[in-house]
Design a protein around this ligand. Structure first.
Ligand code: SAM
Ligand code: SF4
Length: 499
């Protein structure tokens, strides 16, 4: 199965299988080494940081060499069949390492663990621990269980767990951008999607802990946070009037002032919605860029759009997955919006935030999709002219509504041909979008050296376009610079600092 992706940061192909390396926690060393690698979306990478944080508190050191690890964890993705195949192949490589070191503990975490549960232990004999995304606090006990000679499984899903109190460790990041989970799970039942089954019910994290984490990141030098959730627009958190720490919300919204919702946070605990949360995070400091993903077309409100427009540091970039441009297919997908609704949301973005970049996700060859219906996806892409797109062939996932109700009846060759067509179209629009920036000056946050040369810096524009430009010693990573865009490929702008 083939997936073609024009990448941005939330599902970063170049990070798939990346291993996490941390500095040891002073005074806590149990002499054991943890190797953890991650697959899938940014949420999984963020979860691996939580896992590493829990285990480093127990004295584990991290290593990037699995052959010399005592514990190997693989944090998995189930979204498409090929994501699971990749993990199975990787486990074969771990088998060799384990045969040389029989005491090694091998654990499978994340969505595949949740989907397959104890079956994993039967199917993959080398696996000792299977842990779902809501059970990471139990990992130290589960490792103890394996040490005492048993296999261990915890795949309980929770309605409350948000790991709000665990501050994730981010030591192999660039120290400039960080992902911050604001919610977990998903209550939408898109018929193609396994996420509601693997990540459980939607729950929003305490806004105070989010604001505190982002403030802490800013104080440590980070200059960009991406707020993560499967459907950020349904974020909703109710402060409890008697809970300690409420002053965090008040501080973030200005001491003694009204809250972003216009109400008084001294009251009985006013609900914080996504627009309010964005505002609270944006108010931490004008030099902290705020991004977010993913927005759901059914839930993104004008209030959110006006909030983005009001704050210079909330980036003008919205990831708004369309999945299909045809209303019948959208209904089969249970997306709960139709073509007209989606176009209305696009028009609202263009009206309220002129120049806002928009990206999307598209699935080709969903059950019963006709050529005519596929053409409506094409015409939607022509209408919106997306800046980026993640494009996938439909992959039937066991247990989903679509797998139960509809036949996966579009031949792989047809799915692939439709995918090839839209990828070519998207490449054209990505180029058009970037070329429209040529001759303009963009504010860029320097993220580090470019992958290709230490003589060049790279960083993103407000609209999330990657810009590469020659190093100027006066400016360091983490600083903002104005860069004149001079040339582009389909994915990158090239320019020169002008101040
Ligand atoms: N919550 C986000 C949303 O609603 O758009 C994204 C969730 S999912 C991790 C990312 C993307 O994977 C989806 O938007 C969809 O395009 C794609 N996807 C999910 N299930 C799929 C499947 N069974 N086959 C192909 N693509 C799939
Ligand atoms: Fe999956 Fe739909 Fe939830 Fe996104 S909104 S995670 S596609 S069920």
């Amino acid at each position: 199965m083939m997936d073609l992706v024009i990448s941005d940061k939330v599902h970063d192909e170049s990070r798939q299988g990346e291993a996490l390396l941390l500095e040891p926690v002073a005074g806590k060393n149990n002499g054991r080494k943890l190797y953890i690698e991650s697959y899938g979306c940014a949420m999984n990478f963020s979860d691996s940081e939580i896992v590493a944080s829990i285990l480093s508190e127990k004295g584990f050191e991290t290593t990037t060499d699995y052959t010399n690890a005592d514990v190997i964890f693989i944090n998995t993705c189930s979204i498409r069949e090929n994501a699971e195949t990749r993990v199975r192949n990787r486990l074969k490589e771990f088998k060799v390492a384990k045969s040389k070191n029989p005491g090694m503990v091998v654990g499978v975490l994340g969505c595949m663990a949740e989907r397959l549960k104890a079956k994993f232990l039967e199917e993959e004999k080398l696996v000792d621990v299977v842990v779902g995304p809501d059970a990471y606090r139990d990992l130290p006990n589960l490792i103890d269980q394996v040490d005492s000679g048993q296999k261990a499984v915890n795949v309980l899903l929770s309605r409350e767990e948000t790991y709000a109190d665990i501050s994730p460790v981010r030591l192999n990041s660039n120290g400039i951008n960080a992902f911050v989970s604001i919610m977990r799970g998903c209550d939408n039942m898109c018929s193609f999607c396994v996420v509601p089954f693997t990540r459980g019910r939607e729950r929003s994290r305490d806004a105070i802990s989010i604001v505190n984490e982002c403030t802490d990141l800013f104080e440590k030098g980070y200059r960009e946070v991406t707020l993560l959730g499967q459907n950020v627009d349904s974020y909703k958190w109710q402060p409890h009037p008697t809970l300690p720490g409420r002053e965090g919300v008040e501080k973030a919204s200005g001491e003694g002032q009204v809250s972003p919702t216009g109400g008084d946070l001294e009251g009985a605990g006013e609900t914080v919605n996504f627009a309010n949360l964005l505002e609270l995070v944006a108010q931490i400091n004008p030099d902290l860029r705020v991004r977010f993903s993913t927005s759901h077309p059914k839930d993104i409100t004008d209030e959110v759009l006006y909030t983005i427009a009001r704050y210079d540091n909330i980036c003008n970039y919205i990831h708004l997955p369309v999945q299909s441009g045809n209303s019948r297919v959208l209904e089969l997908m249970n997306r709960t919006y139709d073509r007209e609704w989606y176009i209305n949301r696009i028009d609202a973005i263009r009206r309220i935030i002129p120049g806002c970049a928009i990206s999307t996700d598209v699935i080709t060859g969903f059950c019963t999709e006709t050529d005519e219906e596929h053409k409506e996806t094409v015409s939607m892409m022509e209408y919106v002219q997306y800046d980026f797109a993640y494009m996938f062939m439909y992959s039937e996932r066991p247990g989903t509504l679509a797998a139960k109700r509809y036949a996966d009846d579009i031949p792989e060759t047809v799915k692939a041909a439709r995918l090839t067509e839209i990828v070519a179209l998207q490449q054209k629009y990505s180029l058009v979008r970037l070329q429209a920036q040529i001759g303009k000056v963009q504010k860029v946050l320097i993220e580090g050296f470019s992958k290709k040369s230490k003589n060049d810096y790279c960083g993103r524009t407000d609209q999330n376009a990657m810009m590469v430009f020659p190093v100027d010693e006066r400016y360091k990573p983490g600083m903002y610079v104005n860069v004149l865009a001079e040339r582009s490929t389909t994915a990158t702008l090239m320019g020169t600092i002008v101040g």
